[in-house]
Design a protein around this ligand. Sequence first.
Ligand code: G1P
Length: 354
Amino acid sequence: MKGIVLCAGAGTRLRPLTHTGAKHLIPVANKAILFYAIEALADAGVTDLGIVVGATGWQISDAVGDGARFGCRVTYIPQERPLGLGHAVRVARDFVGDSRFVVYLGDNFIHGGIGRFVSDFANARSAGQILLSPEADPSRYGVAQVDGDRIVRLVEKPKDPPSNLCIVGVYAFGPEIFDSIERTPPSARGELEITDAIQGLIDAGLEVRKYEIESWWKDTGKPEDVLDLNRRLLEELEPGVHGDINAESVIEGRVYVEKGATVRRSHLRGPVIIAEGCEVEGSYIGPYTSIGPKTRIVNSDIEYSILLSECVVEDATERIDSSLLGNQVVLSRRNRLPARYKFVLADQSQAELP
Ligand code: G1P
């Protein structure tokens, strides 16, 4: 079975991070969100992957390469314009050929992977199989109405949801989906919705089955989702201290410090992960924090946050909390009067002042 990973979305709700980088490459517990998706596919035996990319395609191909290190073979498929998930699947038609295939949204995380989802579909004859999860607020998602194991109706982001079963970003299809996509008109938001194309399969009398998720999942569309996924993944972190920690430092709970990181006179209260090349001095790094490579943190207090690579945080004596910093962000203090804020913030940056 082949796999298609959809990575063309612009990630507007994650600006300004996505002004310069692909949302799929934002690290969670210091690993790109997309890498978890590729690993889940590879673990399920789906190793022939087509990654559908948009404007950030070069970053994704730089990061993933030919896929060999994941045990996969990766083909990059350009989607010239973001015309919807149905359109993204359509551009992969030549790659898929006549095979049955899995579609995985590259910004979704599925806890526990997709092994059984894939093997169930491989052993079935249905034209489609959709991963579903019961949610408290279904109107944010595509929603399914089911009859036993069969899906009878799907609606995208309904005001009046027919059930609480939401579409998680993993689908499996036979080649019949491509004809259905051709017959599907654009939606009210001007996109070719995969949800409508699946409804087309059902309307044509083909069987589309539900598969209810066994554990939890996360769509990382917004900053708070990324931070929440980071929290959940850090809760499962295997602790390990491979960096250089001096005797005046305190380490509590699940803490992972990579080789080549130095920690001086600091308190690390897990779950926390600190990447290689970091320098932490006179600081407190609190629960649910991931610090990317080559970051320097001095006399500061950080909790429930993600810092990408090569940041500098100095003398941030008020706690930095629930924050997402990009690459090479500098936060420093100037101890001269008049006291003032001074910012160089990119478009759509958000800073909350006490
Ligand atoms: C897409 C799908 C939606 C699904 C969701 C899962 O929505 O259209 O049916 O529930 O992914 O993440 P989007 O997040 O692109 O708005």
